[in-house]
Write a protein that binds this ligand. Structure first.
Ligand code: ADP
Ligand code: TRP
Length: 321
């Protein structure tokens, strides 16, 4: 059975770009293999230095992912820091990782280019990520384009370890889904938390409506025909609505007499309805933190049982007895 592994950083608030780009494919992957899915809180520590905030984000992320469809009975679902073996494995991997390999990684290079002095955690971020992947002998790692390089680095590290000490790790393959376009934000640029242009999955009704009504449009008057493919409203709408509804909106754009304001209202209604069942599930979970804690514990136990097998072998190979 294919072992698919996915990690998601607990960022505080998830937006609909995160949902389409990573969460929905992750949820769907539960149908085709054994999903190992975790909240990468240790990775967030490279940039977040507020303990209480970190702790809140981690619990929120557990709840969010369960609400959005991760099934803890079918999948192995855990909080990264609940499996301390990952930190131990990171240390062994550090010693077969060339500094030059990490110097070529985008996140570090970008920080350098911006004149931000990177901490060592950020520099060695890809090694921790390699440990996440290799600890569970993952076959497939679905990632966005931005993370592809990290999976390639993981393969390099795994090969180096395997040739230095003996076969310990499965080589993972990245899986980039090309068809999922980048979702634009309300300003038309890539939707991203760092640009403040997001439509959040679990935002309040009023602020979500306001956000959608603020989508930037051109000054074409209501009566005139409009090009749906040039509009952010339609770009988002068509990714969530069924094909018939999307075609109908495109038709009305082209016909004229249909204003951007109307299209925004329609987009809001559609998105609000789309996420309604998820919101309900989320509020049930948030009101039942004991249950969430139990799931977290069970997930960690399952993950540690798998990790133990890899670690036994690795410790033997490196001579830590
Ligand atoms: P942000 O840019 O908001 O900080 P992240 O970089 O944390 O988002 O992204 C987490 C995941 O969500 C990534 O793997 C990426 O594939 C997906 N993602 C983020 N933004 C978008 C977007 N605008 N369109 C599609 N997928 C996205
Ligand atoms: N680095 C990933 C991100 O920023 C999160 C992550 C951590 C991850 N460990 C992973 C993703 C292992 C896939 C596999 O989005």
């Amino acid at each position: 059975m294919l072992r698919i592994l996915s990690g998601i950083k607990p960022s505080g608030t998830l937006h609909i770009g995160n949902y389409l780009g990573m969460i929905r494919p992750m949820v769907e992957s539960q149908e085709r293999g054994e999903l190992f899915c975790f909240i990468a809180n240790l990775h967030s520590l490279t940039t977040l230095f507020d303990g209480p905030q970190m702790a809140r984000n981690s619990v929120d992320a557990l709840i969010d992912m369960m609400a959005l469809g991760i099934d803890p009975d079918r999948s192995v679902f855990w909080l990264q820091s609940d499996v301390p073996e990952v930190a131990e494995l990171t240390w062994y991997l550090n010693n077969v990782t060339a500094v030059g390999l990490l110097e070529r990684c985008h996140a570090y290079k970008d920080a350098q280019a911006k004149g931000i002095s990177a901490n060592h955690g950020l520099f060695s971020y890809p090694v921790l990520m390699a440990a996440d992947i290799l600890l569970f002998q993952s076959n497939i790692v679905p990632v966005g384009k931005d993370q592809k390089q990290h999976v390639e680095v993981t393969r390099d590290i795994a090969m180096k370890f395997n040739t230095t000490y003996g076969e310990a790790f499965t080589l993972p393959d990245p899986e980039i889904s090309e068809e999922i376009a980048l979702i634009p934000g309300v300003d038309g640029q890539k939707m991203s938390k760092s640009y403040g242009n997001t439509i959040d999955i679990f935002g309040e009704e009023k602020s979500t409506r306001k956000k959608i009504m603020s989508i930037v449009t051109d000054p074409t008057p209501v009566e005139s025909p409009k090009d749906p493919d040039a509009s952010t409203i339609y770009a988002i709408y068509r990714l969530f609505a069924d094909a018939g509804k999307a075609a109908s909106m495109a038709e009305r754009f082209r016909a004229g007499g249909y204003g951007y304001g109307d299209a925004k209202k329609e987009l809001f209604e559609m998105l609000w309805a789309y996420f309604e069942p998820f919101r309900q599930k989320r509020s049930e979970l948030a009101a039942n933190l004991d249950y969430v804690g139990e799931i977290r514990k069970k997930g960690a136990d399952k993950a540690r049982a798998v990790a133990a097998v890899t670690m036994k072998k690795v410790r033997e190979l490196v001579g830590v007895i």
